[in-house]
Design a binder for this molecule. Sequence first.
Ligand code: MOS
Length: 736
Amino acid sequence: MAKKTKLKLGFPGHFKQVAVSLPAGDPVPWEFDADLKVVGKRVPRVDGPDKVSGKARYTFDLRLPGMLHAAVLRCPHPHARLRRIDTSKAKAHPEVRAVLVMEEKEYRFAGAEVAAVAATTLAAARQALGLIEVQYEKLPFVTDPDLARRPGAPKVRTEGNVEVSLETRRGSVETAFREADAVVELTIRTPVALHTCLEGHGSLARWEGDLLTVWDSTQAVFDVRDSLARALKHPPENVRIIKDHAGGGFGSKLQMWSQTPIAARLAKLAGAPVRLLLSRHEDFLCTGNRHSSVQTLKLGASRDGTFKAISWRAYGTGGIEGGAETSRAVDGLYRFPNLEVHEENVYTHAGPACPMRAPGHVQGVVALEAAIDTLSEKLGLDPLEVRLKNDPSEIRKAELSVGAERIGWSRRGPSGSNPGARKRGLGVAGTTWDGSGLPGPEVEVSIGAGGEVTATCGTQDIGTGTRTILAQVVAEELGISAAEVTVRLGDSYFPYSILSGGSLTAASVTPAARAAAAKARASLLRFASKELGDKLEDLECSDHQIRVRGSNRSLSWEHMAQDTPSGRLSFKAERQGNFAGFEPAAAGCQFAEVEVDTDTGEVRVVKVVAVHDSGRILNPLLWESQVNGGVIQGISFALLEQRVIDHRYGTVLNADMETYKVLGALEVPEIEIIPFPVAAGFNNTQVIGIGEPAIIPTAAAVANAVANALGVRIGELPITPDRVLGALESHAKGRR
Ligand code: MOS
């Protein structure tokens, strides 16, 4: 039976009693100001020493005895059919142990898999690829989404290249635009960007009879298990996926990519373990990207800045698959009584898109926040005031005030009013993201015969610190330190968990960990009460014992564990459904100050102030690390990143770390992070995810700051020097 009660939710000055229905048997949420000993503390990563000493093993570090190395032959053409393939010379290579030709005989992007080879060395595998004789029939292709939209363009799929991905209508935008005092319209373009994980994509597959084990660079061991089982027509219970440590994913490791089944099939053919690690070049071509966008927004408001209507028409390309959508944040960030959305996904002969850190939101917020600044300018209003007027979130409004103070918003002058060649500007943008968690994950907490505490869950730590927060939550409940909890994760043979995406992990697994640890504690107390003959309320759980308050009598966990047939006490709990929260999602906002050199066109971000809430902050160290990462990746998207395709040949020109530019250490500005703790509700630890919210507003705030500095809007990301100079030039011409 669910328990109906009231919780004090909100934040200082804005607390309210909210009726909630707590899941049966779930621990009561920790209060906002609960006196916690481990949770909320700056506990360093429990796997930090392993990572810095090289002891932590990533997929790329793994080796098995007798292991073979694989390489993949890829189609060099954006669209082609296989005419003929002859692998006999490759098979005859003395070091080659297996050759595989893909079933697919039509290739729809340059980089698609044609064949694969496993050999005793990587050099031999690559050499053997050169021995495969292939004849392609080249087919018409289109990689430019603007051309792909035209009638008569080469078809990427038989149904046509354009697909409506989202269509929404509310109220009457036509009437509202007519009645508005000011209406602006603008078009913003964003490029295809790449995830650029430190750790690329790789798989190591081993068969032992019918049991297939794959060490895979993934954010989702259970999903890869199911996808691989389907691909191989093998029972999922005989497929085990392991991911011990990960060097980031950002969404590019949520789904199974082809290297996993290729490694598994080669291993089967060769009768030996096979490791297939993609090179950075392959990674950039084949393992997903952030889709591009061309967004035309029309925004209308009354004289005082109250939004009346928005029209959002957008298209973008996700290549051969992955989709394109940008308007998802429109309803969470600001109130729009009348709204019309029409979004299209354009198929092109290019590598597939997939989720990338706050998919759609990052692109959409750039356009939305640009429209708001443009409209504010037209109305002669302070863009911050306009946002405050239309923001539905009490949390974000408070955050905007704090952030404005920290960046010194009152210094912001009218756009383009800065004299001199180096012009400074300020910009702001908001975020909304629902990372309040999902039910389903299970955590097992056990106490061994030596009193050791272990928490086990099939979730994965993609570099965010999941291991550490699980240790903290279990430690808190049992009255020990985080270092005294061993966390085992990243294995589909462990209790079930969801994928590590959508910023869902912290809010989905820590409540299960807490529930399991609470069960353990309750059971230890009951056991001790029976054994010692003391009342439950006189007992306390700490220091690996149950102690009788005010006496020196106690019973050790060790003793209790040894007293069971297995020598081990173990307790499992499942994450229950969400209960009511204070607001529907996490809020947050960022302010950016930039300096633009109008002689060179160079943009330098001087400072970013990031104010974020995510319910309870379980570990400020890890939390700040997420915000830093989001801001850095956001600036990188605003100023540098873009996958470049030569549309004449349909091939990517910069699929390497030298020419695909990402922000370097010297370009990282001062980042001031302001945590905004909230009693958020939703789950028993009251945590919400921060991974994705942290990147959403950055590029938008930077772009707005550049527009404020110059008095000219650069309508296309990345904001490169040539675009800055070009925009300044056409602006000057327009004025003459
Ligand atoms: Mo995230 S794009 O769901 O890893």
